[in-house]
Design a protein around this ligand. Structure first.
Ligand code: C2E
Ligand code: CA
Ligand code: CA
Length: 633
């Protein structure tokens, strides 16, 4: 063999070693289920076959003249090369379209039209043994023919299309992919150009195999986007892929599966079984959709991206998931019932950003909500309220309304309850029952309560309430906030910066406290009382707290919830509860306030029961300060 040909063989052998290694590792990592993986593998196989046929022809070219058999072998190698090499660039283009995700939006017609140059040139390559259109031998010397220019033209076309695709999808793919693909094209181009100017440096295939090595490391390697426990994709992958859909304005359907009681399982079994449970769930999802459509952005949440699915198929899948969660899951020897909320959502109808996706995935489903009733609109409204709260806190956009309280025996004004209002520019009026629990969850209720307290203090400092005969103003406290360390000092710091007597402020703490909080709460209540503040227990009769615990807190006033009053009117059993509640509270040495008074009849009833204070729409709804002053005038 001439020295020069050995040199060629060395290049092709290096190429082959590289591609065989890449094929082996691709198969070993079992990363072959996505269409993208399949195209990648196809490219590797094509380059391998080309390397083999080039080795064959480099060797045979020296022996062709010796026997017709060697000459035939040479022809077979050359023809094989062209048949496979013609497929390479179209496959590259398919690969790029899959990596960028653009292929999803292609119609079948478009696919066929784009494939026409490939079919034509592949036809030339296939019929060359009969036609010699691509190449032929002139006295054992290889000669190009006209069809070869078409083959290179088509390859160049697909290569350029691939580069264009990369740049038009620039923002839909990750930085890492951008760099890897740019490197890929630059290296492949470099190899082609070098071989063009220096025909004896067989760099084209070798450069392609190296470019694929880069792609393998940066694009095909998924270790950093896989969820190790379940083999599904992780949070980062979800972010990348959703971003791709959003940047390209593509509609896609999502199914969120939120496992609500995973921590319960952990507590019951006292071990980290939740990962095994997650794997069981993931395996179930894998039976419904391909693995690469499943994401696990956080331990208790799965997201299924149903791109290319019909609406009713997606609904069917989510119904199947709901049904599955009605049955138990078996792990080792035990069975568990998992509670899950399944939410269907559309991009871009319900979800417009990556943040929205994570909001839904990360949002905690409050207990006591009907799990079947949770729709994406509900979750997104919570997201909007959350944003509205942040805006309002930032711009001090809350307002304080006042609702008067009356002293029944003296038939005169007693005080008022301060109630917060949020009027958002986009959402309009949002009732506090809706936004206070959300503010508690995102840790902003403290800011709101401080704002209300300061407004009340400023009002009291003006002496107007006193002149109008008001004894105190009630301020609501969130229990979550009360239990924070340094709470009483915090309150004192605010109150003491106003010239207001502590006894003018009546803090309301709601009855529905968890039993474990009593000790901490009784310390707070005790400290507040010691500082001279008044204390009311709010919403008496709505929780199921232990009486002993509650009444150890030493309240001045107990506010009986409006539902107790309304039930007392409806049925005699309710009447007995109200009567005895009032008597018991009196016997324990507290005053009684009844909320929700709306009618004359209710006042008559409450007068007979000797209730101390009344509050309700009968007297006034909560109103802004100026209006409040008119009401009590
Ligand atoms: P709450 O402390 O039990 O407040 C009494 C609620 O009952 C008020 O609703 C009031 O408008 C309503 N109400 C009063 N009288 C009547 C009546 O005769 N009929 C009817 N149907 N309703 C009546 P609002 O203002 O919507 O407040 C709801 C809840 O939001 C409050 O319940 C309280 O838990 C919370 N909240 C309000 N302001 C604040 C605040 O500044 N801080 C905190 N942490 N929570 C607040
Ligand atoms: Ca209250
Ligand atoms: Ca209340």
């Amino acid at each position: 063999m001439p020295l020069q040909n050995r040199f060629h063989v060395a290049f092709y052998a290096a190429t082959l070693a590289t591609t065989i290694t890449l094929i082996l590792f691709t198969l070993l990592q079992r990363r072959t289920d996505r269409p993208q993986n399949k195209w990648f593998l196809t490219m590797l196989i094509i380059v391998s076959v080309n390397a083999i046929s080039n080795i064959g022809s480099s060797v045979m070219v020296g022996y062709a003249e010796e026997s017709p058999f060697y000459f035939t072998l040479l022809k077979i190698f050359h023809n094989t090369y062209f048949i496979f090499h013609t497929i390479l660039c179209p496959v590259l283009y398919c690969y790029v379209l899959n990596v960028t995700g653009s292929i999803r939006r292609w119609s079948n017609l478009r696919k066929i039209i784009v494939a026409v140059p490939f079919f034509v040139t592949e036809f030339f390559a296939l019929v060359n043994p009969l036609t010699n259109w691509v190449f032929y031998y002139d006295n054992y010397v290889f000669r190009r023919n006209w069809a070869e220019y078409f083959i290179y033209g088509a390859a160049a076309l697909y290569f350029i299309l691939s580069v264009v695709e990369l740049f038009t999808s620039w923002y839909a793919i990750t930085v890492r992919r951008r760099i890897a693909m740019t490197y890929f094209f630059a290296l492949a181009m470099g190899g082609v150009i070098l071989q063009l100017v220096q025909i004896d440096i067989k760099s084209e295939l070798f450069a392609e195999s190296l470019a694929m090595l880069g792609a393998m490391l940066a694009i095909e390697s998924e270790d950093d986007i896989l969820d190790a426990d379940t083999g599904t994709y992780n949070r980062r992958a979800l972010q990348t892929d959703i971003n791709g859909f959003i940047v390209k304005h593509e509609a896609v359907k999502l199914i969120f599966v939120k496992v609500v009681n995973a921590d319960m399982v952990e507590r019951v079994t006292r071990s980290a079984n939740s990962d095994i449970l997650a794997l069981a769930c993931a395996d179930y999802f894998k039976a419904l959709v391909p693995r690469y459509k499943i994401y696990r952005p956080n331990p208790e949440n799965f997201v299924l991206i149903c791109d290319g699915y019909r609406e009713d198929d997606v609904l069917k899948i989510s119904e199947m998931i709901k049904d599955r969660f009605l049955k138990s899951w078996r792990i080792f020897e035990s069975t568990f019932l998992l509670d899950a909320v399944v939410i269907n959502a559309d991009v871009p109808k319900d979800i417009q950003s990556v943040d929205d996706v994570f909001f839904v995935a990360d949002s905690i489903v409050p207990s006591g909500v009907d799990k079947d009733g949770i729709k994406i609109e509900w979750v997104m409204r919570r997201a909007e309220i959350e944003r509205a709260i942040r805006r309002a806190v930032h711009d001090h956009k809350f307002e304080v309304y006042y609702q008067p309280t009356y002293c029944l025996a003296e038939r005169k004004l007693h005080g008022a309850e301060a109630l917060v209002r949020m009027n958002d520019e986009t959402l309009g009026f949002v009732p506090p029952d809706e936004f206070i629990p959300i503010a508690e969850k995102i840790g902003l209720v403290e800011k709101i309560d401080d704002f209300v307290l300061k407004q009340v203090l400023a009002f009291l400092e003006s002496k107007v309430p006193e002149e109008r005969g008001m004894e105190c103003i009630n301020v609501n406290l969130s229990v979550i906030q009360c239990l924070r360390p340094g709470f009483v000092e915090h309150i004192l710091k605010i109150v003491n910066s106003y010239a207001v007597a502590h006894s003018k402020i009546n803090f309301e703490i709601t009855e529905s406290v968890g039993a474990e909080d009593y000790e901490a709460l009784s310390k707070v209540a005790h400290d507040l009382k010691k500082e001279g503040f008044l204390l009311s227990m709010d919403d008496y009769g709505t929780g199921y707290s232990n009486m002993e615990g509650i009444f150890s807190l030493d309240f001045d006033v107990v506010k009986i919830d409006k539902s107790i009053l309304w039930n007392a009117e409806k049925m005699s059993r309710g009447r007995i509860i109200l009567e005895n509640s009032v008597r018991m509270i009196h016997d324990l040495g507290c005053s009684v306030l009844v909320e929700g008074v709306e009618t004359e009849e209710q006042i008559d009833l409450l007068t007979r029961l000797n209730v101390d204070y009344l509050q309700g729409f009968y007297f006034s709804k909560p109103v802004p300060k100026d209006r409040f002053l008119e009401v009590i005038a």
